[in-house]
Design a protein around this ligand. Sequence first.
Ligand SMILES: [Zn+2]
Ligand SMILES: [Zn+2]
Length: 359
Amino acid sequence: MLACVKTANGKVEMMDLPVPQPGPGEIVVKMSIATICGSDMHFLDEFPNEMVAALFPGAVLPQGLPMGHEGAGVVHSVGEGVTSVRPGDRVIAACVATCGKCSECLRGEFSMCSAGSTTTLVGRTLFGCQAEYYTIPFADVAAAKVPDGVSDEAATLATDVMSTAFGAIERAEAGFGDSVAIFAQGPVGLCATAAARARGCGLIIAVDAVPERLEMSKRLGANAVINPKEKDPVAEIMALTGNQGVDIAVEAVGLQATFEACTMVIRRGGTVSSVGIYGLLPQLSMPMLGAASFYHRKIVTTYCPSGRDRMERLLGLMEHGNIDLTPLFTHRLKLSEAPAAYDLFRSKSGGVLKIALTP
Ligand SMILES: [Zn+2]
Ligand SMILES: [Zn+2]
């Protein structure tokens, strides 16, 4: 089968790998669609394969690291003990595999699952979705059937960016009429904009330096957009809120500067909700002076809420709740063109947000 494999930092290659066989509790899925995520770029450009191998035993093959953790497909084969899905079912699984048995899963914190990773600090990321076939472990706990009314593209967004971004708004306990500023309008930030609107928030302010992304922000529910190349977002957000600050600021890219900006624009008692992936950034620091003090802020983080129940709820939201995030798919390429797709995604040019890769 054709698979996109990282052979060295910054380099992916298309390879012919054997179709995987499902072990106990696993299913093998025939991919219908996969997509590239900002987290893939961290794995590709920053994390050496040896580091990934140490964090996630078994993830790295002798040929390299099979790429991709966001996709949808059809069950091809079912391992021993799997009862929830059958060959032919359309399925997705969240980008973090969830065993359902470890202490984190038993607490309902599926994305904190400690099975299959060497540290409880990192959930077990799924790998290999950018291939014609891939394995979903712990299928009864992790895999959800996709309703007929939800497209493959829509379902794929539930596996990471939608779950992460909606989680950012939920964890901030956003309520009706709350004001929200969202720093960065990549796929996660844009989904957070849509989530804030779906949650009944009031003023929603989106910040990004790419004009096409700000256009999409408005389409998905932002009332005001700020391009930091034109205006200082902190000053602008304070002006838009009568110098009070917003109730919630979402960090959706994973940079020190945007995290700091979030701490500067929240009101006293407001919430910073951080979902950007900071990669190998060794330290994240917070300004102690400024608008609100350390003691007057709430800071929450979210790592892609996962598990079958979560996926089913998001799919239900797309099927019945008037949530359409598929405009995020700006480019459609063949799986065989994945290396070019990575270059395009990294460049952030041509209005690219999400790239659909299909067989
Ligand atoms: Zn992702
Ligand atoms: Zn677990």
